[in-house]
Design a protein. Structure first.
Length: 382
């Protein structure tokens, strides 16, 4: 049990200075003044800090991405403390280009490991390719029967994709939609968007030709180029959910894109930000040869949050929404996740006056305190 005293609470909306009591993995009480006299209750003085929901990173290659420059370029698995030091208390894992030497079973096993180590983890079945790689042999069955699976990954408008037809994309979206309905999950298609000029045109075409709800198909990396971003803004205006990726070119950072979206009257509740952490990034020459690659960091989510406030003059509550409540609502796990409310999961961050991460609580357990990691993943010290 943890009692956080006298702290400014953002849910992400500013709620004022409160006391917050955590027990049984949940936020049990939020009051002006809470007093318990019990040696079993850990008391934290929050008078010089702010309290926010834990970050939700919905696009992380938890088993490592890469492999596009041969076997030696396979990125390693992520570790627990990499996530918690980035303020991430809920993560969604998925495959990337490589659905051959890596499998959805690998991703599921890693998600289960992260859950055992203390945070919340979901995954998507599938990868870049079509037909989708799965665990049960069926996208519908993966989503319906495996607790951690909430959607399916697919790539579009990318030279590394399977170049799916509109009909194939329709079938994947329909499978995800129905499975989500049957299991009470989001049931979504996370659509990796590449650099092709085709952009989101196939998505708009199948929405026009079918009854598939617009919320089913979720394009990500939409800030990778200007033309795609403009398409994505139009998509968000008709109710689609779009995801911006950290680490893009300076003019296309998530914060700057959101500033533009606000001016263009794009519904900001339809925008989220993710890190693409532990996925490889690649540069190719004019002949398509790989010339450079690297691995993205999950800390980019926190860095973007700070940049939005310090450099782009977002309020704390506005900047928070794109990595907490908006994401939770899009994944249909709100208000269990993404907010500070009585009855919500106790996924909590304490930030200092510089907005640096001081304390991380995941599912009611202290993971980091006073910037010191208390809980490491298995084998992290080897």
């Amino acid at each position: 049990m943890i009692l956080i005293k006298n702290i400014e609470v953002y849910s992400p909306k500013y709620e004022g200075r409160k006391d917050v009591f955590v027990s049984g993995g949940k936020i049990s009480l939020i009051e002006e003044d809470i007093n318990f006299e019990n040696k079993k209750i850990k008391v934290i003085d929050g008078s010089d800090k702010i309290l926010t929901p834990g970050f939700i990173d919905q696009h992380v290659h938890i088993t490592g991405g890469g492999g596009e420059g041969s076997f030696k370029t396979r990125a390693p698995e992520i570790t627990l403390s990499k996530l918690t030091k980035g303020g991430i208390t809920t993560v969604v894992g998925l495959l990337g280009t490589d659905g051959t030497t890596r499998s959805v079973e690998n991703v599921l096993a890693k998600a289960k490991a992260l859950k055992e180590e203390g945070i919340t983890a979901f995954i998507h079945t599938g990868s870049y390719g079509y037909p989708s790689v799965t665990i049960t042999g069926s996208v519908q069955k993966d989503i319906c029967f495996i607790d951690e699976v909430i959607g399916v990954k697919l790539a579009l408008s990318d030279h590394r994709s399977s170049h799916v037809s509109n009909l194939e994309l329709q079938r994947v979206a329909s499978d995800a939609r129905v499975a989500g309905m049957l299991s009470g999950k989001a049931g979504i298609v996370v659509l990796h968007m590449g650099d092709s000029e085709k952009g989101l045109k196939p998505v708009r075409e199948i929405l026009d030709d079918t009854e598939i709800p617009v919320k089913t198909i979720r394009p990500t990396h939409v800030n990778r180029r200007e033309e795609l971003l403009i398409e994505a803004f139009d998509y968000a205006k008709i109710g689609g959910k779009i995801d911006l990726t950290c680490g893009m070119d300076d003019d296309l950072t998530p914060g700057k894109c959101i500033k533009r979206a606000i001016k263009d009257n794009v519904p900001t509740e339809n925008i989220t930000i993710s890190s693409d952490g532990y996925g490889s990034w690649s540069n190719y020459d004019e002949e398509g040869n790989l010339i450079k690659m690297g691995v993205s960091s999950v800390s980019s989510l926190h860095k973007e949050f700070k940049s939005m406030i310090n450099e782009l003059e977002f309020t704390v509550e506005d900047a928070l929404s794109y990595i907490t409540s908006n994401v939770a609502k899009c994944l249909e796990v709100y208000p269990r996740k993404g907010c500070i409310k009585e009855g919500s999961d106790a996924d909590i961050l304490l930030l200092d006056k510089n907005l640096d991460i001081d304390t991380v609580i995941a599912n009611g357990n202290l993971m980091i305190e006073n910037k010191e990691v208390l809980v490491y993943g298995c084998y992290e010290h080897i």
